[in-house]
Write a protein that binds this ligand. Structure first.
Ligand code: IMP
Length: 187
């Protein structure tokens, strides 16, 4: 098969828009192994609880905790997403609350992507009435150029440009979460 045809096979067409490969499955898994090791080192002798932010974090969370070697627990919370759009609505709503008691616990919030930082700052506000032992944030992706809120991300998988991405948990109108790698909207 010619290179031209092969490249076309790697593209994802959504209407008139084209998404092209950005971060491969191999790159993702390699970085997750590094993050898992770093977190395991940092939480020696502790029992952290990973709190995944649904829906986008479900694959990242699963692969991340497989690389963590200290005992840990997991829970999920659900926030409203972009809906059908590629641009943030600027509003966040809680759709599923935590089940776990987080007082005195070492919490690691797990996000798929930090874009404006609104979701993370919303979660930090939600945690204010509680007294966790520590709170850290782990995000697979960070778009530094689009940050609008002051948030501290403790563990970052990859910094990416301010472009819309899909795959590996990230959606476009709820689809493409099942892709094994990350694709970016080409201009
Ligand atoms: P923030 O609240 O603006 O930081 O955005 C965080 C949420 O927006 C993420 O958890 C995603 O659900 C969504 N999001 C931000 N950028 C993208 C993207 O490029 N593709 C898909 N979803 C995104």
């Amino acid at each position: 098969m010619s290179t031209e045809k092969k490249q076309k096979l790697d593209e994802i067409h959504v209407g008139n828009e084209v998404f092209v490969p950005m971060i491969s499955e191999e790159q993702l898994q390699k970085r997750l192994a590094e993050l898992g090791k770093q977190i395991s080192d940092d939480y020696q002798g502790k029992l952290p609880i990973f709190i995944g932010v649904l829906n986008g974090s479900f694959l990242f969370m699963a692969d991340l905790v497989k690389n963590v070697t200290v005992n840990c627990e997991i829970d999920f919370m659900k926030l409203s997403s972009y809906g059908e759009e590629k641009i943030s609505s600027g509003k966040v709503k809680m759709l599923k609350e935590l089940n776990a008691d987080i007082n005195d616990r070492h919490i690691i919030i797990v996000e798929d992507i930090v874009d404006t930082g609104l979701s993370i700052s919303y979660i930090e506000k939600l945690l204010e009435p509680y007294t966790p032992a520590s709170v850290k944030v782990c995000s697979l992706l960070l778009k530094p150029e689009s940050l609008k809120y002051q948030v501290k991300i403790d563990y970052i998988g990859f910094e990416i440009p301010n472009k819309f991405v899909i795959g590996y948990g990230l959606d476009y109108a709820q689809k493409y979460r099942n892709l094994r790698s990350i694709y970016v909207l080409s201009e």
